[in-house]
Design a protein around this ligand. Structure first.
Ligand SMILES: [Zn+2]
Length: 157
């Protein structure tokens, strides 16, 4: 997408979780804890992928795109299909997208990446970094993913 910026990739964190699991330091019940809301979002707004679930290896992962930002008003925190995002990106100045992968077979879920979309990205990215402080706070509030990630961090200590 043309206006995509400030991308944060969580694949390293995911690999760390899978290592912990392999080593037996966390159980599958710790990482396969998708909430009913997240699973519904995956069913109705999710984007099917070709990627196999790393845990059960019997289902393909579904990507759910959550959107956050002041301009979204009451839509903030909702899941959107991938095809709806470019339309929003042309209408709004700036909003945050969180991509969560979910397995509808075993309930595995993990944050994949986050990025900013919106028309502000077209006018040159001069203010990149100004919003960095706010990004961390929003990440913790992603439905279902926040508490799970915090728990996993604790397990790594
Ligand atoms: Zn699975």
């Amino acid at each position: 997408m043309r206006t995509q910026r400030q991308v944060v990739d969580y694949s390293l964190r995911k690999r760390a979780v899978l290592r912990e699991l392999l080593a037996g330091r966390v159980g599958t019940y710790d990482v396969c804890d998708a909430s009913p809301y997240l699973k519904n979002a995956a069913r109705f707004h999710g984007e099917p992928t070709e990627e196999r679930c790393p845990i059960c290896r019997s289902e393909n992962l579904t990507h759910v795109h959550y959107i956050y930002g002041d301009e979204l008003k009451q839509s903030a925190g909702q899941a959107r299909t991938l095809t709806e995002l470019p339309v929003l990106a042309m209408t709004l100045c700036e909003f945050q997208v969180f991509v969560v992968e979910v397995c509808l077979g075993c309930d595995w879920n993990h944050l994949v990446e986050q990025y900013l979309l919106g028309r502000d990205g077209l006018a040159g990215d001069t203010e990149a970094g100004a919003e960095q402080g706010a990004v961390g706070g929003t990440a913790a509030s992603v439905a279902g993913a926040g508490p799970a990630i915090r728990r996993r961090r604790e397990a790594q200590r």
